[in-house]
Design a protein around this ligand. Structure first.
Ligand code: ADP
Ligand code: MG
Length: 678
């Protein structure tokens, strides 16, 4: 029975100069089951070309190739893939085993592409490998095998689907003579077992064992001789069992997601150093993104917690973010606000006079560039310690006893008194903060007021400790500070000017009025910050803006670099695995399967990068938290689970995007070209 028949087959290769090169001329030949055919001929005579046509790897030819009487040309892509998977088994000169897969996985790859059950795969492969004398090599990688062993693995791979035709292109070309005869007897056994074995060989000696010799010269069959006295070896133990247990109309399985992931994992493990380095590269973008987001939210929640703490419904805080308020500024603002309140039907009136009805008070914040403040404390043992204060505040009216670290003894400071933050005491090495309350401390203040410099040295008493662990802060009474400045100006014959406030506090009759004033300020006075939140937000606003710009720029650039990096790595992976792709296609992998393998690899690359990023972000976040806590006493960093989720998602998305081109490139590779590649 003719299993394979070629009728007037011609094959032309298109050359670069648009000319055609005819590699096969009018080939007419037919083969039957049980034949062991040797194809001989000089190098370049067209042997491999013929094998590729028969194997369904190359579909561009003229003439007819019939398989079991069916024209190969009429096969659709899917049928052709099935044909390679089920009907044909390829054996190559250079073995073409997949290096990162074990012997077992190499042998069962054809079954994996059909989504065969693991137990069936294992059973079939073990039986086959045992018969081929490779029982103990199942778990090894191809590189750990000798040439003869590798070729036997390749034969097992070709046989696993019980094909009718075995195509072996110079299967012994890379083997020594001892191993050659071993492989030849296996091939003979397969043929005698009832399959058609077509092998290409250079050696007449190899050809001599076959049942038929077909010689090709310059693309033409010049000899076709059958051996009359060919002796079939009696096969006792068939290499491949007849597949009787498999139901006829079994639904055709395809490479599963799970198997594709498994194959990709093996490949990634083989290049683990490369992949890990790449993941580190990608993580630069994602770690900085996670950290920036965490800083942003840490700062925001810190600000709002501070604001919550200091917000009082009956106090309006108006801060001049650009400088200070002159007397005229204040009186015109008060008038404006009073008019507004009146038009809104609100009876509250801001009073800025020196009588007891006064409900407007002043405040100032002296930053380090405006006022250098130094505190010198004499401890019980007589030693002294000095410490500068970062910021000097006048006591805002919303401060009350709940803000004191030392509740029993603390009270708001007045003349010749100050309050300090607990951080200062810590720096002054005062062990028990409560002890410091009531103690004397030397205040040294150098203050630049307009063009004159004022230097005040006073011995004052600590009236309370404010439990504000953020910075080294000093609090003084506004009127007291103003008086000190005026005293200094008088003593030094300077023009008496006093201070100008940077904050105004209005004690209102309740939340309604407070809100009315706050919203008026917000809408009409952009240079003024109304609520405490706004004031704080103003303080941190610039920092936050810088953060978000840095976040966008850094992440954007880094993500783009990451995308290119992943693209390059995956692209190189395709280039490295060209041969493997050719092998997979010869075994019957569909374009879809190849794409799935490479897409799953890009997905895994993204997952790996994301996980590495999360781990690094956690480590860096932890370090930052420790550093900030020891420097500032608080850490404006709040790592939220959704940032990690976002990072992971972005990582996977950019990897999958970056993988689109390489995987479609892999899927489109011409199997003949890929297999020709050395
Ligand atoms: P061999 O008998 O050594 O296996 P091949 O079948 O590989 O020979 O090649 C037959 C002829 O076809 C050679 O002359 C070769 O140069 C040519 N050939 C093979 N592949 C291509 C190709 N892709 N493009 C052009 N010419 C090719
Ligand atoms: Mg060849």
């Amino acid at each position: 029975m003719k299993v394979l028949e070629l009728i007037n087959v011609n094959k032309d290769y298109k050359l670069a100069n648009k000319e055609n090169f005819r590699a096969l001329h009018d080939v007419n030949v037919a083969f039957e089951k049980g034949e062991l055919v040797s194809i001989i001929g000089e190098s370049g005579s067209g042997k491999s070309t013929l094998m590729n046509l028969i194997g369904g790897l190359d579909s561009s030819y003229d003439g007819i190739i019939n398989i079991d009487g069916k024209d190969l040309k009429s096969f659709k892509d899917k049928q052709l893939d099935d044909y390679r998977k089920k009907k044909i088994g390829f054996v190559f000169q250079s073995f073409n085993l997949i290096p990162h897969l074990s012997v077992l996985d190499n042998v069962t790859i054809g079954l994996t592409l059909s989504n065969e059950k693991e137990s069936v795969k294992l059973q079939k492969a073990t039986t086959l490998l045992t018969k081929l004398g490779l029982k103990d090599q199942i778990k090894k990688k191809p590189t750990q095998l000798s040439g003869g062993q590798k070729q036997r693995v390749a034969i097992a791979r070709a046989l696993i689907n019980d094909p009718d035709i075995i195509l072996a292109d110079e299967p012994t070309g890379a083997l020594d003579s001892g191993t050659t005869s071993q492989i030849l007897s296996i091939l003979k056994e397969i043929a005698d077992d009832g399959k058609l074995v077509i092998m290409v060989t250079h050696s007449e000696k190899v050809a001599s064992i076959s049942s038929r010799i077909v010689e090709i010269a310059d693309g033409r069959i010049v000899r076709d001789s059958k051996k009359k006295n060919y002796k079939k070896t009696q096969v006792h133990d068939k290499l491949v069992e007849e597949q009787t247990d498999i139901p006829q109309k079994k639904k055709e399985g395809h490479l599963s997601f799970f198997s594709a992931f498994r194959l990709s994992l093996h490949n990634m493990w083989a290049g683990k150093v490369k992949n890990l380095l790449m993941a580190f590269g990608v993580s630069i973008a994602l770690v900085s993104m996670i950290l920036m987001l965490s800083f942003g939210s840490g700062l925001t929640s810190y600000i709002s917690s501070m604001a919550d703490e200091y917000s009082r419904p009956d106090i309006v805080t108006i801060s001049n973010t650009k400088g200070t308020f002159s007397d005229e500024d204040i009186s015109s603002l008060v008038e404006e606000l009073n008019t507004h309140l009146k038009t809104q039907g609100n009876s509250f009136k801001i009073i800025n006079s020196n009588d007891e009805n006064k409900n407007l008070s002043y405040g100032i914040m002296l930053p380090p560039m405006q006022a250098l403040v130094n505190l010198t404390y004499t401890k019980t043992d007589g030693t002294t310690a000095s410490e500068p204060a970062m910021v000097t505040y006048t006591v805002p009216p919303y401060y009350d006893e709940k803000d004191f670290a030392s509740k029993e003894t603390g009270y708001l400071c007045g003349e010749d008194e100050i309050m300090v933050s607990s951080t200062i005491l810590k720096k002054l090495e005062v062990d028990n903060a409560d002890d410091a309350v009531g103690k004397e401390i030397t205040l040294n203040l150098t203050y630049t007021n307009g063009s004159t410099q004022i230097s005040i040295t006073k011995t004052v008493k600590i009236s309370a400790i404010i439990d504000n662990s953020m910075m080294t802060i000093l609090y003084v009474d506004y009127d007291y500070l103003n008086k000190c400045i005026k005293d200094y100006q008088e003593a030094n014959n300077l023009e008496i000017t006093g201070m100008q406030p940077s904050s105004l506090y209005i004690s209102t009759d309740g939340e309604n009025t407070t809100n009315l004033i706050n919203s008026y300020i917000k809408e009409n006075k952009p240079e003024l910050a109304g609520s405490v939140e706004e004031q704080l937000a103003g303080m941190f606003g610039e920092l936050m803006n810088t953060f978000s710009i840095a976040l966008t720029v850094i992440s954007g650039i880094a993500l783009f670099v990451a995308l290119i990096m992943i693209l390059v790595v995956l692209y190189m992976s395709v280039a490295e695995r060209t041969k493997e792709i050719g092998v997979l296609k010869s075994i019957g992998a569909r374009k879809k399967d190849i794409r799935l393998i490479f897409s799953s690899e890009s997905f895994l690359v993204g997952l790996l990068s994301g996980i590495v990023s999360i781990i690094l972000a956690l480590i860096f976040g932890g370090i930052f938290t420790i550093v900030f806590n020891s420097l500032l006493g608080f850490a404006p960093i709040s790592m939220e689970i959704q940032y990690f989720a976002i990072a992971l998602l972005i990582s996977v998305i950019i990897s999958v995007l970056a993988g689109l081109y390489p995987s479609s490139k892999a899927a489109k590779l011409d199997p003949v070209e890929s297999l020709r590649r050395e």
